[in-house]
Design a protein around this ligand. Structure first.
Ligand code: SAM
Length: 222
């Protein structure tokens, strides 16, 4: 098995099933042109998020880590006309690019992009008394994932779905001795998901155009 083969299969699925449109392609092109790193979800992963949100009937979605708004477009498109996506991003340049990409995709009215460190913007949402979210996608700086999970739980209700991206990290997640803060943050995140009686969780390994990685999926119990 090779990375070339994973890419070929991802391309095949994306061509056959995902059918990315001009707004999504332009979002990736403009993000690249603006110098943003290509660390967005892959097209088939974006569609997966979109389907999960629709299967769940999500009306309020929270995303931690906007980048250029690629996954945000997929998530916003899953919402009904009166739905809301709140997406949190630290880098002002990323916010600017994401805002333009979401506007071109016709999703600007449904999306609230909040600039700042997510630990602060999450605390603001809690302080504002924000209504609970139906789905929360955690995809920012991995060392903070344990904190993001704790704060996400304060913005949840029974039935809220929580997804954490990049939890495998080329298999390094099993390296308890890793000195990488992203690995330690991911390991703590997995431990918290497993230990919290309010959560029922699993995680899946994936291969594809984004390499060998995976995501965690949890639901908040009653
Ligand atoms: N969800 C995006 C997508 O798939 O299109 C990709 C998000 S990218 C993996 C992570 C983003 O989190 C980057 O844009 C980065 O600037 C942002 N980020 C990193 N640290 C952050 C922090 N402390 N607070 C908010 N955003 C942060």
């Amino acid at each position: 098995m090779s990375v070339q083969q994973w890419n070929a299969v991802d391309d095949y699925f994306s061509r056959s099933l995902v059918k990315q449109d001009a707004a999504l392609e332009a979002a990736l092109a403009d993000s690249a042109a603006a110098g943003l790193p290509a660390i967005n979800v892959a097209p088939n992963q974006g569609k997966f998020l979109n389907l999960l949100a629709r299967i769940h009937g999500a009306r309020r979605i929270l995303e931690i880590g906007t980048l250029g708004g690629y996954s945000a477009i997929w998530l916003a498109r899953a919402l009904p006309a009166d739905g809301r996506l709140v997406t949190l991003e630290f880098e002002p340049r990323h916010v600017e690019v994401a805002a333009a990409n979401l506007a071109r995709a016709g999703q600007a009215d449904k999306v609230d992009i909040r600039q700042g460190a997510a630990l602060d913007t999450l605390a603001q949402l809690i302080a504002e008394g924000a209504a609970p979210f139906d789905l929360i996608f955690i995809d920012a700086d991995k060392p903070n994932n344990p904190h993001y999970l704790e704060l996400a739980l304060r913005l949840s209700r029974p039935g809220t779905v929580i997804i954490g991206d990049n939890v495998v990290r080329k298999g390094e997640v099993v390296n308890a001795a890793s000195a990488d803060p992203a690995i330690q943050g991911t390991r703590r995140f997995i431990e918290l998901l497993g230990a919290n009686p309010r959560l029922s969780a699993t995680a899946l390994q994936t291969v594809g155009s984004k390499g060998y990685d995976g995501f965690a999926l949890a639901i908040v119990e009653a």
